[in-house]
Write a protein that binds this ligand. Structure first.
Ligand SMILES: Cc1cc2nc3c(=O)[nH]c(=O)nc-3n(C[C@H](O)[C@H](O)[C@H](O)COP(=O)(O)OP(=O)(O)OC[C@H]3O[C@@H](n4cnc5c(N)ncnc54)[C@H](O)[C@@H]3O)c2cc1C
Length: 230
């Protein structure tokens, strides 16, 4: 993708946005931590877990914050290569990944707040005390498993309804959101990218109408939930 974009003379700049300027109801530029300021006809907020902060640069409220999430890898004697992704009603999920299994989804609601941005420490007791017993109850063969690796990431968590916020701000129309995917943004990325590109190029959706994910529901406090996502 990078090479194809370079061939089309798209510039890549490695820097952090630190501010967004506005002239009334239009955003006009982005200041960077390297001292540069970019003029902008359109600004797209694609800042993942940092999206709420970036929206605030433009004086806009967006309920998207980081949330710490642990993913654990384990080996099991029993191989269920054709096992689908399973989600327990508690939110704990498990799926095969090659010869091993991936699991997570046990973070308690209580105390689930924005973490220190540098906190990527794995919470092993979550695996031992919560996930493993739940898996073993559902799938007795998972009594005998061996955890091998684990990592932590930060969800781009929409505190209103854990769903994407896509498209222009209703008043500041040249500020576009592509935010808040809350743990399911990877699978939606191709559609979101295309939709945002259509907004930039044509000023409206051409293939996938993402209006239902628009910012208006955030302004109205109207949740748009998707069930059975992790
Ligand atoms: C543990 C974990 C498991 C997940 N599992 C899945 C899954 O199974 N399926 C799925 O669909 N999704 C999953 N997700 C969610 C998915 O990873 C995200 O929804 C997706 O990556 C969001 O993509 P994005 O491009 O919007 O943001 P990101 O991928 O977070 O990218 C945001 C970018 O913005 C940059 N940025 C932030 N602030 C600034 C700034 N001020 N200036 C310049 N740049 C900035 C960041 O450096 C980063 O490069 C998971 C997430 C986690 C944490």
């Amino acid at each position: 993708f990078r090479k194809a974009l370079r061939d089309k003379r798209i510039d890549f700049i490695t820097a952090s946005a630190t501010g967004i300027s506005r002239d009334g109801n239009r955003v006009t530029g982005v200041s960077l931590d390297n001292g540069e300021t970019l003029e902008a006809g359109i600004v797209v907020n694609a800042a993942g877990p940092n999206a709420g902060k970036v929206a605030a640069f433009a004086g806009l409220e967006l309920p998207v914050e980081p949330r710490k999430r642990n993913v654990f890898v384990f080996e099991a004697r029993e191989k269920y290569a054709d096992m689908p992704l399973l989600v327990d009603p508690s939110g704990i999920y498990v799926r095969p990944e090659g010869s091993v299994y991936l699991t997570g989804g046990a973070e308690p609601e209580e105390g689930d707040v924005a973490p220190d941005p540098k906190d990527f420490d794995v919470n092993w007791p979550l695996f031992e005390e919560v996930i493993w017993p739940t898996l073993a109850t559902r799938i007795p063969a998972f009594e005998a498993i061996k955890p091998t690796r684990a990592w932590v990431g930060h969800y781009d968590y929409n505190t209103l309804d854990q769903n994407g916020v896509i498209g222009p701000h209703p008043e500041v129309e040249n500020f576009l959101f592509a935010n808040g995917f809350s743990g399911h943004g990877l699978q939606q990325a191709p559609a979101v990218g295309k939709s945002i590109a259509e907004l930039v190029m044509h000023g409206g959706y051409r293939t996938i109408d993402c209006t239902a994910f628009g910012y208006s529901r955030v302004a109205e406090g109207r949740a748009f939930r998707e069930l059975n996502v992790i």
